[in-house]
Design a binder for this molecule. Structure first.
Ligand SMILES: [Zn+2]
Length: 315
């Protein structure tokens, strides 16, 4: 009998990415095609089933080897029932993905949100491979997160655990409102959006920075300027890192993870960001929480979603 393989589906608003992993979490085959959101859920589900059958038949594996199909979706998910409650980028409400795909494929299907599956991917074969307890931050437009305890995604009461971006760390007097409605969330300063906002504010205040020459500032511009010695940009990077480090210190004393993994576009800033985060983290936890604990960049990049989705069927 040949080894089992695991199929992962990263269901995005523009593209559907599908991958086959072996039981070590190595991504062996991938396929990407358009989502076609405008055609509605029924057509998208048909397309996913088609893509899955196609990728398996194009691979050296037999259909019987597929242990199951996992899917990651950005949005609110009823994980137990495998239903997408609300996914803004797909314009979906109450879509029973698990039931519909199981009917089409005759395989077990599992569903979770994109941040959780990315965390599982990193825990399986990425920057947290071999570790049982890790916490993954994804720094992009927002700050996403996933918690892996004993090798499994920690869901919490209603599947909402791991919303790390909404840890409130900014003091009220300096805080701005977050997309979630609260004041002072780490997402409001440490996401790409937060970094760009701080840069624009500095330019508007007339501070001396090379960023003022830039019409359309991105987070990457801020990191590049900081690396080139721009003091204003450096201050912004340090502020973003400071609140990330503070939020990790808060997480550490509750969950005691062995490793914090940071992925997403902003994490590509590299040492300039990580060194500061590590320093602030160490300054804000009791010493025992620094021993054997590290903060490292994610490894799987854009593949984390598809690998983690495949991992949902690991038992
Ligand atoms: Zn928030």
């Amino acid at each position: 009998m040949s080894d089992k393989v695991y199929v992962g589906v990263d269901l995005g608003g523009t593209n559907i990415k599908i991958g086959i992993c072996d039981k070590q979490g190595n991504l062996l085959h991938t396929y990407e095609g358009p989502t076609g959101v405008e055609q509605g859920p029924e057509a998208v589900l048909n397309r996913i089933a088609e893509y899955v059958k196609q990728i398996v038949s194009d691979s050296p594996f037999e259909w019987e080897q597929v242990a199951g199909v996992g899917a990651g979706v950005a949005g609110f998910i009823d994980i137990q029932n495998g239903t997408v409650l609300f996914a803004p980028n797909l314009k979906w409400k109450d879509v029973a993905v698990k039931r519909e795909l199981e009917q089409r494929l005759g395989l077990p299907v599992a569903l979770d949100n994109d941040a959780n599956v990315a965390a599982l991917g990193e825990a399986w074969s990425g920057a947290g491979a071999g570790l049982k307890n890790i916490v993954v931050y994804t720094l992009g437009t927002g700050v996403g997160g996933g918690i892996i305890i004993d090798g499994k995604i920690y869901q919490g009461f209603r599947g909402m655990a791991g919303e790390l971006g909404h840890i409130k760390v900014v003091p009220d007097l300096e805080a701005i409102q977050c997309g979630c409605g609260q004041l002072g969330c780490v997402e409001s300063v440490s996401s790409a959006t937060g970094i760009v906002r701080m840069a624009k504010d500095a330019v508007e205040r007339g501070e001396t920075t090379t960023l003022s020459l830039n019409e359309n500032i991105t987070a990457k511009d801020v990191f590049n300027a900081a690396k080139d010695g721009d003091e204003v940009a450096m201050r912004i990077v340090k502020r973003a890192a400071y609140y990330l480090g503070k939020s990790m210190a808060a997480v550490a004393v509750v969950l005691n993870p062995q490793r914090f993994v940071i992925g997403g576009g902003v994490s590509r800033a590299g040492d300039i960001l990580f060194e500061e985060i590590r320093k602030v983290y160490a300054q804000n936890v009791p010493e025992a929480f620094t021993q054997g604990v590290d903060i490292v960049p994610a490894k799987l990049g854009n593949d984390a979603g598809v690998v983690g989705a495949a991992g949902l069927n690991l038992r």
